[in-house]
Design a protein around this ligand. Structure first.
Ligand SMILES: Cc1ncc(COP(=O)(O)O)c(C=O)c1O
Length: 425
């Protein structure tokens, strides 16, 4: 169907009808959160019944075994060792802790040149990184160097390297962006860091540590800490059909940093790294979700690719030049499930379009509160114009998204834009 000839889209009838099962909405917001996988529900339900005892008590061997199993399942999915995993309440906590602990560690170091420790990060990180580094900077605890993501939403390896100095203690660059889906050159930065850290050791300087926030990557693309050459990595369960908790991966040789600089103060749980009675139910759920990813990643990836291609083709056929893809979709640098698009022109703001949509549930690049529109900084920093960012809709598909759901989405978007602008595209 060519753009401008949408006569068959609705068989000349509006409103269109959708099957009963989609009446509650078509969910294409899987980057925001995912439902629990059925195997995860079963594991958690069983844990609720059987594994409720205090893990620290002598009689709770079964509970401790279940937590150990979850630790091994979680480490497996990222190619780490079980002892390198610490469970946290969320991805936000994991990111905050890693950043704060490394700044504290670096501040204490002897042999560091004069000046504060410095973090090199990007201007397209999730708030759980960017706001934390800015808070540490505002407290006078560190300096921050931000590299730009403006070239197609992807940071440049050279920029990262060039921003490192003697005082740099940490590089924190996300593995894949939640809004744009753009995969960052983490493995390439990791390779550069090997060379840089050899030179630093020769000069008697401590190595620069490397953290990646992999919240959006696990369950969508392969994540192996040894290939990425990262020292710290953030895992977020509810982005891959697990519960709403997180985990920190920390390379064995740096575990002492986290032990010495806890984020919370309290009891000796989680082997003394993180206090608070272990959340067994969510921990075993996270472990199960990781195991499900291990078993299914290639099937999910091909589903994302097939369904994503169908979505892309349908958007192009239906909307033609009225709709732009913000980033080159289905490329090796993009998550296969994420489609950041915008309708071209006035009165086509993403939130207005979605307000008119009957079924589609997705995210937008701008929000409107009390008549004031706030545009996503990440999209602007990823190189989009203000209008493109304002008009952006992020469609993120899941492992069960069907072609039928894509068909409804297309019709819904079409009628929404028509209602909004009064024009047939
Ligand atoms: C890239 C990224 N990092 C961190 C987080 C924070 O996760 P949570 O809200 O579960 O703490 C998110 C969640 O949207 C995310 O997308």
């Amino acid at each position: 169907m060519a753009s401008g000839d949408n006569s068959t889209l609705f068989n000349d009838s509006l409103p269109y009808t959708v099957p009963e099962e989609y009446k509650n909405g078509v969910y294409l917001d899987y980057n925001a959160t995912t439902p629990l996988h059925p195997e995860v529900i079963d594991t958690m339900a069983s844990a609720m019944r059987k594994l409720w005892r205090n893990p620290s008590s002598t009689y709770s061997e079964r509970v401790r075994d279940a937590i150990s199993k979850a630790r091994a399942q979680t480490s497996d999915v990222i190619g780490a060792k079980p002892e390198e995993i610490i469970f946290t309440s969320s991805g936000t906590e994991a990111n905050n802790w890693i950043l704060e602990a490394i700044v504290s560690w670096a501040s204490e170091l002897r042999g560091l040149a004069e000046g504060k420790p410095c973090i090199v990060t990007s201007d397209i990180e999730h708030d759980a990184v960017s706001k934390k580094v800015l808070a540490l900077q505002a407290k006078g605890l560190c300096d921050v160097k931000m590299v730009s993501g403006a070239q197609g939403g992807r940071v440049n390896v050279r920029d990262v390297v060039d921003n490192c100095s003697e005082n740099t203690c940490l590089i924190s660059i996300m593995l894949a962006n939640n809004e744009t889906g753009v995969i960052q050159p983490v493995a390439e930065i990791g390779q550069e860091l090997i060379r840089i850290n050899i030179e630093r050791t020769e000069k008697g300087l401590k190595p620069i540590l490397f953290h990646t926030d992999a919240a959006q990557a696990v369950g969508k693309i392969a994540c192996d800490v040894t290939k990425l050459n990262v020292d710290f990595l953030t895992i977020v369960g509810h982005k891959f059909y697990g519960p709403r908790i997180g985990a920190v991966y920390c390379r064995s040789e740096y575990m002492s940093i986290l032990k010495k600089h806890p984020f919370l103060w309290g009891g000796g749980q989680e082997r003394g790294y993180r206090p608070s009675t272990e959340n067994t139910v969510d921990i075993v759920g996270l472990g199960q979700a990781c195991e499900v990813v291990q078993r299914n990643l290639s099937d999910w990836a091909s589903h994302f690719y097939k369904t994503g291609s169908y979505l892309k083709d349908s958007l192009i056929e239906t909307f033609g030049k009225n709709l732009d893809f913000n980033f080159p979709v289905l490329s090796e640098f993009l998550l296969p499930n994420t489609f950041s698009v915008h309708f071209v022109g006035k009165e086509r703001e993403g939130f207005k379009v979605l307000n008119q949509a009957e079924y589609l549930q997705a995210s937008t690049g701008a929000a409107c509160h009390s008549g004031k529109t706030t545009v996503s900084i990440v999209l602007l920093h990823s190189g989009l114009s203000k209008e493109a960012a304002k008009n952006t809709i992020r469609l993120s598909i899941g492992r069960t998204t069907t072609k039928e759901e894509i068909d409804i989405t297309i019709k819904d978007l079409y009628q929404a834009v028509q209602k909004l602008t009064g024009i047939f595209l």
